[in-house]
Design a protein around this ligand. Structure first.
Ligand code: NAI
Length: 259
């Protein structure tokens, strides 16, 4: 079997860490040319170096996804460097430590979360779609979350609202672009052992409380999400569009979990 992303060029945001980093490494190992995009320039450069060190091809691009100019420039730079774009993985996101319930969440926290988690995905689609069209089609993957599907008593209202909107936007885009050979899917990870969640669940008690709801009884790994993203990026998922693809240890299937 040939490499699963041979000849494809992928643009991955939030690629300096967690899911994005693992996906950059995994996509490149399957033959993709990878644009490692992150607001953290040093982190992006380190991941691009890691990819190259492992025998893959990557470039690092600094962009804050909440800035339309920066996203437009990064997409143009990636397309120019690779001569095409086949995969856009809008994955960058934040979970603000002051995100709370309806009463406690400050408007500034709400706006920042929406700017990055939601508007950032829109900008990635806005500038990624024409680039994919120029390549004859492609695959867009937008990172939502299990909180787009089920509610949690641990409040993070701005985050949850942003992810629900990412999922709804993804569905609509999938329908709009279905006949252009552009597939658009949302990835809904469960709770992961990455920097983003572990710094939010900052005590062992909070972590254990979250794990009660996961049938598998453990946090997921970023590499397990990268495997799903790889499949959605590749032609193996050629009839899959508009999904809320859950990779969550059974969380959204559960009513009561095992002891
Ligand atoms: P992470 O914190 O390990 O990595 C996120 C990356 O995004 C970092 O490299 C960061 O510098 C970058 N980033 C942040 N703001 C940015 C901006 N404005 N522009 C460009 N890059 C920016 O987080 P992780 O866990 O890998 O999260 C990736 C995505 O997965 C996020 O959208 C997150 O909401 C989502 N997710 C994470 C879950 C978890 O439990 N960790 C569960 C469900 C979804």
């Amino acid at each position: 079997m040939g490499k699963r992303l041979e000849g494809k060029a992928a643009f991955i945001t939030g690629a300096a860490s967690g899911i994005g980093r693992q996906s950059a490494l995994r996509f490149a190992a399957e033959g993709a040319l990878v644009a490692v995009v992150d607001v953290n320039a040093d982190g992006a450069a380190a991941v691009a170096n890691e990819v190259v060190g492992a025998g893959g091809k990557a470039i690092a691009l600094r962009a804050d996804v909440s800035s339309e100019d920066e996203v437009a420039t990064a997409v143009a730079d990636a397309e120019e460097a690779f001569g095409r774009l086949d995969v856009v993985f809008n994955n960058a996101g934040i979970m603000h430590s002051d995100d709370g319930d309806a009463e406690a969440t400050e408007e500034t926290v709400w706006d920042l979360t929406m700017d990055i988690n939601l508007k950032g995905v829109w900008f990635g689609c806005r500038h990624g779609i024409p680039a994919l069209r120029r390549s004859g089609g492609g695959s867009i993957i937008n990172t939502a979350s299990f909180v787009a599907l089920v509610g949690a008593a641990t409040p993070q209202l701005a985050y949850t609202a942003s992810k629900g909107a990412v999922l709804a936007m993804t569905r609509e885009l999938s329908v709009i672009h279905a006949r252009e050979n552009i597939r658009v899917n949302a990835l809904c990870p469960g709770p992961l052992r990455t920097e983003l969640l572990m710094s939010f669940l900052d005590t062992e008690e909070k972590r254990q409380r979250r794990l009660v709801h996961v049938p598998m009884g453990r946090f997921g790994e970023a590499s397990e999400i990268a495997e799903a993203a790889l499949w959605l990026a590749s032609d193996e998922s050629s009839y899959v569009t508009g999904t809320d693809f859950s990779v969550d240890g059974g969380l959204t299937a559960a009513y009561v979990t095992p002891e």
